[in-house]
Design a binder for this molecule. Structure first.
Ligand code: SF4
Ligand code: SF4
Length: 360
């Protein structure tokens, strides 16, 4: 991967260059501590941020919209069906390494197997990703981030077109694809020196020390979940704390579930839409006729963590379905985000597995 250096003052020049080709999405401050991804316009371009708390609402909605029209149909004397519109060419500027890995996870799910999802593909085809490495310990990294545990950050190793890293008084920009490297033709980029690369290594070494979770703690839980070694009582303990709000799935950059429904939009006009769904919600597993094989909340929590951590899915998707963004910790009123659940499963199961010697 080639790298170049550019002055910090050139950040908006890069944003503007991207805007010549793409609708550019970038992080902004909202109200209070709130942050969000939004479209860059002439009016707000000077407010684009790169060091900012990661928005709660992940950028996955730009490839998997919360509500997406699949087709429209008109029912009168001449019924007709209209396919969905093309998606805009988009660039996400300032996407974090965890969210870059999240989009890669969605790619493997929606495009990586026998059936390619045409709706996802039309959003993903022309998507350009500008990853920003989290280097500011006060603004970029918070106590709930555990990308190092998920092996997705703080610097993404792949699945971006360009990657920007703040070296202090200039930016190091790495090209992950030919499309990204084409931007290096612009005069704002100059060749770096070995000193830039050693500064990069040093910053990453320092930043890694700022994470509360620096090692992977999934392993035993993957074994317990895959081997169905977790007791019903432990799942009940977790399920009893779930308020069934669905927030953990909606905020999760790797959750893929949706439902499909039709709605009337005019006297003879209807549309078919797909909408994010969440395994926490009571109706998620309800079947036609009303039978629900996972009626109890703890059965549906069991399903969520089985889906994220069981060996079968890891083999199929080449990673656990968690990128360590920490959003489920922040949004969960029951305090059952990923790390807490892993800890509960690990402790409870290790204790029940322990075979103490008996002296007699
Ligand atoms: S965010 Fe917490 S309370 Fe809400 S559905 Fe998820 S686990 Fe349950
Ligand atoms: S499970 Fe939680 S920490 Fe992991 S990717 Fe999803 S929201 Fe982020």
């Amino acid at each position: 991967m080639r790298a170049r250096v550019t002055d910090k003052a050139n950040l908006l020049t890069l944003v503007d260059l991207l805007r010549e080709e793409y609708e550019v999405i970038a992080p902004f401050y909202g109200r209070g501590r709130d942050t969000c991804f939004d479209t860059v316009t002439d009016a707000n371009r000077h407010l684009v941020q790169i060091h900012i708390p990661n928005p709660y609402y992940p950028p996955k909605r730009y490839v998997l919209p919360h509500i997406e029209r699949l087709l429209r149909f008109h029912l009168n004397d001449h019924p007709r069906i209209q396919p969905c519109e093309e998606a805009p060419r988009r660039a996400i500027f300032g996407i974090r390494s965890c969210d870059t890995a999240g989009i890669n996870h969605l790619d493997r799910f929606y495009l990586g197997r026998d059936f390619r999802d045409a709706y996802y593909e039309r959003h993903r085809r022309d998507l350009f990703l500008v990853n920003v490495v989290c280097t500011d310990p006060d603004l970029d990294i918070d106590d709930d981030c555990f990308c190092m545990c998920a092996d997705t950050g703080p610097a993404a190793r792949d699945h971006f077109d360009l990657q920007i890293m703040d070296l202090g008084n200039e930016f190091l920009v790495v090209a992950g694809t030919e499309k990204g490297e084409a931007y290096f033709a612009h005069p704002m980029f100059r060749k770096g020196t070995p000193a830039h690369l050693s500064r990069r290594r040093q910053i990453l070494t320092d930043v890694r020390k700022r994470f509360k979770v620096a090692t992977s703690w999934y392993a035993s839980t993957v074994r317990y979940i895959t081997g169905e070694l977790i007791s019903e009582g432990t799942w009940e303990q977790i399920g009893n704390r779930c308020l069934e709000c669905g927030g953990c799935s909606y905020m999760c950059p790797t959750c893929t579930c949706f439902t499909v429904t039709e709605r009337q939009v005019g006297p003879a006009d209807y549309e078919r839409v797909r909408i994010w769904d969440a395994c926490a919600l009571g109706g998620f597993t309800r079947m036609a006729g009303g039978f629900n094989p996972r009626k109890a909340a703890h059965d549906r929590r069991n399903r969520r963590f089985f889906r994220k951590l069981a060996h079968y899915f890891i083999q199929r998707e080449l990673s656990v379905a968690c990128v360590g963004c920490g959003r489920c910790i922040e949004v969960c009123h029951g305090d059952i985000g990923m790390p807490n659940v892993v800890e509960t499963l690990r402790r409870a199961t290790a204790e029940s597995e322990r075979h103490e010697p008996v002296a007699h």
